[in-house]
Design a protein around this ligand. Sequence first.
Ligand SMILES: Cc1cc2nc3c(=O)[nH]c(=O)nc-3n(C[C@H](O)[C@H](O)[C@H](O)COP(=O)(O)OP(=O)(O)OC[C@H]3O[C@@H](n4cnc5c(N)ncnc54)[C@H](O)[C@@H]3O)c2cc1C
Length: 398
Amino acid sequence: MTKVLVVGSGAGGGILASELSRNGVEVTIIEKGPSTPPGDAHRHYDIINTGVEISRTDCVGGTTMVTAGNAVRTCQEELLKHGINIDAELDEVEEEVGVTTLPDSLFGEGTLKIMDSAREMGLAMEKMPKFIDPRLCRPCGKCVLGCSRDAKWTSQEYLKSAINSGAVLIDNTPVVDILIKDEKLKGVRTPDKDYLADVVVLSAGAISTPRLLQRAGLEAGAKLFVDTFVTIGGKLEAIGFNEEVQMNALLKRKNLILSPHFSSILADKIPGALPGDILGMMVKIRDSNQGQVTTNSVVKYNTALDVELLCEGAALAGSILTSAGVDPQSLVSTPARGAHPGGTAAIGDVVDSNLETKIEGLFVADASVIPRAPGAPPVLTILALAKRLGKYLSKERI
Ligand SMILES: Cc1cc2nc3c(=O)[nH]c(=O)nc-3n(C[C@H](O)[C@H](O)[C@H](O)COP(=O)(O)OP(=O)(O)OC[C@H]3O[C@@H](n4cnc5c(N)ncnc54)[C@H](O)[C@@H]3O)c2cc1C
């Protein structure tokens, strides 16, 4: 029987393992991080301090454990240019992870003020689609720490279904090398032992996957994007926005999005303001994919175009917040950060439209394959791409 190894259990790895194992394929998932209850996921943040601060989590479920629950369709046009249509997979994934907008009862005063103020300015701000179960959610503003009520979808759900169908999950085990002999894929190496397989799929995320590819002799790691963001905010006394569901609304502009967002960094910057006194908005851009992952470094800076987009978004956020009642004198910004690293094993450059590398049987299914910054939450796209690969592998290759 064909053996498949999936490296990493985040957005790409979990659904792929589930899709393969329910089609009767023998799957082993090897995950660097530990198993963790959703509410403890924040303990596993692995933050890279480069020009732009890049966040991810290393644990079972990967970075899906700390998402804000935002479920937006992205990259469809870009993928079509590469002959990839993920419409059907997006429909399936949205059904599986339960995408919905939240009921009015889960919208707080701060978010409503921002939405009203945007509408008064003639800007179309809509409810954000979420993979949050409204029956379980009690707003606390802490989605990105991991949900202690397990109200938010995470990749652990696909992992559970994969294990129920016979997949094996090995945690606390980093893959350190791809095994190749006589130009043929043999499996992977971990510190303790080698695992042999016919097919290996790298789903280790856009920082780790290119490093494994580089060690296998492939050119990867260029064109890193992160969907750079800043949070702009100011003082609105006792608004209590920090305990609302974050990013519960969405304003789309060309190459950027705006969404209601609190950051504790803002509270530290505004004299006399407590966290409950701050109203803020995230400005997230489609950044230039000019970063680079090498064996021992990550380079990511803001280009002139990135700065222009961030400024445009910040100006708009400042106007919306001011008309929502924020003291304009108090407006400040966080530094530039990025939570969506991708692009480092891009379709068309490092993998083909079936997500296979030049090494037969070695595939990639994670944010690395996305060719261009989405400038918006990418999880649905990663899930759809990995599901499509799962179908291809189980129906046409195995
Ligand atoms: C704070 C925050 C909020 C976010 N909110 C949203 C949101 O609301 N909506 C959205 O769409 N996106 C969101 N994102 C982005 C989203 O979580 C990521 O884009 C997505 O999880 C990336 O999927 P991936 O499969 O590429 O990597 P990951 O999900 O990071 O999975 C990679 C996995 O591989 C493991 N791994 C790494 N190296 C190795 C190795 N050598 N061997 C074995 N295992 C390894 C890691 O431990 C990890 O479990 C958010 C991100 C952050 C940081």
